[in-house]
Design a protein. Structure first.
Length: 429
């Protein structure tokens, strides 16, 4: 069985005028699962910080190992996907992620923080492969003009996972350790065993289902002429300006989003902010990620009428304003300002992604690998923010994500334009 012929979309097969609804429905389960798993890190951070009595820098090694896997494995996975295909990449990624979840059991049994970090690295390596395969698959699976809208829609279900993840983690991990009255730090580690074994089983089931269902076959589309010849064979992929600057934007966006989510529970516990308990703060974490979910559903509609770059710049500047308000006023105002950042984060990743790979043609898979490698920002920026929190205080460490959003606003306004676009703008002027 083959799919319809749509050369511009990169899908090969028979028939015309069909949609890819069934394939997109299957893919949304992947976006949901890796969103849920990634957001559980925000629960692990306060849990293991208390369990092993860690500083902010030490506990941010959770994000360093998790997102460091993107840097180490993205480019090899990009080559793997180009050779083995998107479907094979998705199935293998699910199985690797499941194995990483299983590793949490011996990590908790040995009460070893380094073992936890190793398990997170393996888990993230699997999720990286899922991202390298699934993001460009969704972007290409339909008309190029609606790629941002389509990827935002599937990313909305990723945000559904990030909304549910903190809620489940709060009740299964944070509340469980509190209810158990565990006093000895390292003895709290076993609380994570059940939830992560359940995740491993779920990932294996999804891998079997995707292995059995049909997904449309994708072939590389022709390079976009607007690339100005930069993508000819033998030229570095980094010579394409929107991709190179987009990689920086992905680095800073993921770094900012992960940094804020990572410290939010501890931030809301501060007496000068809200003075909440860990369980109450963990529940509010779902509002942060829930805002991203709502924003992506809204964004998938709005982006059909508003230029992606314009909307990206607007949302980034909104977050700059919210962070400034939080640092100036503190208290409950800061609490809601930081939580509201999730709403404006919503469209950033998928919009940056589609702007960066537009026009890459047959090298879209390679470009996807570059962008997924840039997700290492989620490893670097949180550690830097942890250092600032240890030395300047958690509230004023928010200046780091503020700077990140300023660059993203620049990318949305001007940075994503190709050389050809710039020449056209100058000629009209």
């Amino acid at each position: 069985m083959t799919a319809e012929t749509r050369p511009s979309a990169g899908v090969v097969g028979n028939g015309a005028g069909k949609t890819y609804t069934s394939a997109l429905v299957v893919l949304t389960s992947l976006f949901f699962m890796w969103g849920l798993i990634t957001s559980l890190n925000d629960i692990l951070i306060p849990h293991l910080k208390a369990a092993f009595e860690l500083t902010y820098v030490q506990v941010m090694l959770i994000q360093f190992c998790f997102f460091g896997a993107y840097f180490v494995t993205s480019l090899p996975w990009g080559v793997f996907v180009e050779r083995a295909g998107y479907k094979t990449g998705i199935v293998v990624g699910l199985l690797i992620a499941a194995f990483g979840c299983v590793m949490f059991y011996p990590a908790a049994s040995t009460r070893s923080y380094p073992f936890f970090l190793g398990a997170l690295f393996v888990l993230a390596a699997g999720i990286t492969l899922l991202q390298v395969a699934a993001n460009p698959y969704v972007a290409i699976l339909g008309p190029e003009r609606t790629a941002s809208s389509r990827l935002n829609l599937t990313q909305a279900f990723n945000s559904l996972g990030t909304t549910i993840g903190p809620y489940l983690g709060t009740h299964l991990i944070l509340a469980a350790s509190v209810a158990g009255g565990v006093a000895v730090a390292a003895e709290q580690a076993h609380v994570v065993q059940g939830p992560y074994l359940g995740l491993a089983a779920t990932l294996c089931v999804i891998a079997v289902v995707i292995g059995l269902v049909h997904l449309p076959k994708i072939e590389a589309p022709k390079p976009d002429a607007s690339a100005g010849g930069l993508l000819e064979d033998g030229r570095s992929i980094w010579s394409y300006r929107p991709l190179a600057l987009g990689a920086v934007a992905i680095f800073l966006y993921v770094g900012a989003e992960v940094s804020i989510g990572s410290v939010l529970v501890n931030f809301l516990e501060l007496p000068q902010i809200a003075g909440l308990t860990a369980v109450a703060a963990g529940a509010l974490l779902s509002y942060y990620w829930g805002g991203a979910m709502v924003g992506r559903f809204i964004g998938s509609f709005v982006l059909r009428y508003v230029r992606p770059g314009t909307m990206l710049a607007f949302n980034a500047l909104a977050n700059v304003a919210l962070l400034a308000i939080a640092m100036i006023f503190a208290g409950r105002t800061a609490m809601w300002a930081v939580i509201a950042i999730g709403l404006f984060n919503s469209i950033m990743f998928p919009t940056i992604f589609t702007l960066a790979i537009e026009g890459l043609g047959k090298r879209t898979g390679e470009g996807s690998g570059v962008l997924c490698m840039a997700i290492v920002g989620g490893a670097i920026v949180p550690v830097a923010m942890g250092w600032m929190a240890d030395h300047a205080g958690l509230l004023y460490s928010l200046v780091l994500p503020l700077v990140c959003y300023l660059y993203i606003a620049y990318y949305g306004r001007k940075g994503h334009a190709t050389v050809t676009d710039a020449v056209q703008v100058q000629s009209r002027a």
